[in-house]
Design a protein around this ligand. Structure first.
Ligand code: URA
Length: 197
């Protein structure tokens, strides 16, 4: 085992018992990042969804399928990427027997930040892509605006960082805009692919 793998394993075990905010009480489990410990690229999403909460793995639900398509079209193999989320417990509102996604708040993002920092320190990816406003704000601060920043390569704490949209935004948009929105995500991810080491 390399040092990055050892560090990630230790973090994953510790994070499994995280009680730093209240989300652990209603979520099934902590959904930690996964991927090669020495990945050149880290993707940072928002928080696990319903499917991820149950499976214990990031991006395995509908948003994950959009992400897989976009990565493939951009020439990035999911297997070469470390994928994680800014918040590692599912925040939701119960409506009957459905669990509806609820955007995590600043306190949840802050409470979870040490895990993300630990992942960044262990993996030391050359490139980071933030998916959506929550991930962008988590790393770049509250003034981050996705419309201004998406697709641009920013120098951020020793990494090259490209913000883009969250794949679930494509699913939430009107059906007639989906192709165009997916093309735009692919185009941002092609910028990311150009940073491959
Ligand atoms: N959205 C995220 O940001 N992360 C997941 O794991 C799933 C959906």
């Amino acid at each position: 085992m390399g040092t990055a793998e050892i560090a990630l394993d230790a973090l994953r075990h510790e994070a499994a018992h995280c009680t730093a905010c209240e989300l652990y009480k209603s979520a099934t489990q902590t959904v930690f990042g996964e991927g090669p410990p020495a990945a050149w690229l880290m993707l940072v999403g928002e928080q696990p969804g319903d499917k991820e909460d149950i499976a214990g793995r990031p991006f395995v639900g509908p948003a994950g399928r959009v992400l897989d398509t976009a990565l493939e079209r951009a020439g990035i193999d999911r297997g070469e990427v470390y994928i994680t989320s800014a918040v590692k417990h599912f925040r939701f509102e119960q409506r009957g027997n459905r669990r509806l996604h609820k955007t995590p708040g600043v306190t949840h993002i802050r409470a979870c930040r040490p895990w993300l920092d630990g992942e960044l320190r262990a993996v030391r990816p050359a490139a980071v892509a933030t998916l959506g406003a929550v991930a962008g704000k988590a790393l770049l601060g509250p003034r981050f605006r996705i419309t201004d920043a998406r697709g641009k390569v920013l120098d951020w704490e020793g990494h090259q960082l490209v913000p883009t949209v969250h794949p679930s935004a494509i699913l939430r948009g009107p059906p007639e805009t989906r192709d165009e929105a997916l093309d735009a995500l692919v185009s941002d991810l092609r910028v990311v692919a150009g940073l491959r080491r």
